[in-house]
Design a protein around this ligand. Structure first.
Ligand SMILES: [Zn+2]
Length: 234
């Protein structure tokens, strides 16, 4: 399931959050084609060629951000998932910001970075990713622009199942030229203040642009639910 929660955060709160992110520009880190404010384990994995131990060392030695946007996201998610307690994970960092200042390649992909986090350091009885009852990716759009989230509903897989690509050639594909049956993706439009919630995993890509004046800034986070607690982290 992928859904858009319209006006999850008000426009004025978005402006406040964006002002805070821009104030901290000296703390932005550049990774390949995007800037990041915050501490993302996955970025450290990429930068260490997926050496989990080295990535963990950098991750735990990097200061976690504390921002107005994070507390707003936490409060709103708690309102949305009222029956569950929404919590940060003490040993993991809180959600963080992605700042994109130029067009980036729109590649079809699955979000599988969540599988690589060292959950065993947090949950003593953790063995594999099917430990969790539900899995989420959250994207909160903070700036103006025409953006889309495109996905193929037929490529849904649960994390509890073995990953099974509908079309292997589509994973990492730039553009739409493929000889398989995947055509006409569902396009969800979203704008400033809207939250995208992607449950489980889909072949998807981000679309839309408007980088003429301002960067595209999002607050990103992962979520895993175990029993009655929804843990959010990055
Ligand atoms: Zn294909």
């Amino acid at each position: 399931m992928v859904e858009v929660k319209k006006t999850f955060v008000s426009a004025s709160d978005c402006d406040f959050i964006v002002a805070e992110v821009k104030e901290r520009e000296s703390a932005w880190k550049f990774y390949k084609d995007i800037y990041v404010l915050g501490n993302s384990f996955y970025r450290h994995l990429i930068s260490t060629n997926f050496d989990r131990e080295s990535a963990w060392k950098i991750y735990t030695e990097t200061f976690d951000t504390d921002s107005f946007g994070q507390s707003i996201l936490h409060t709103r998610l708690q309102d949305l998932y009222g029956v569950y307690s929404v919590r940060y994970i003490k040993k993991f960092s809180r959600p963080g910001y992605q700042i994109i200042t130029q067009e980036t390649p729109r590649i079809w992909h699955y979000d599988d970075e969540k599988l690589r986090y060292p959950y065993e350091y947090v949950f003593s009885d953790y063995k594999s990713f099917d430990y969790f009852d539900e899995v989420f990716t959250f994207t909160l759009m903070l700036t103006d622009g025409d953006f889309t989230y495109e996905y193929y509903p037929q490529t849904e897989t649960k994390y509890k199942e073995e990953p099974e690509f509908y079309c292997r050639k589509h994973h990492g594909l730039l553009g739409d030229e493929c000889d398989c049956d995947l055509k006409d993706p569902v396009k969800l439009t979203y704008g400033k203040g809207d939250l995208i919630i992607a449950k489980d995993r889909y072949l998807h890509r981000v679309g839309g642009s408007s980088f003429a004046n301002d960067p595209r800034i999002t607050l990103q986070g992962h979520g895993v639910r175990k029993n009655n607690i929804l843990y959010i982290y990055w």
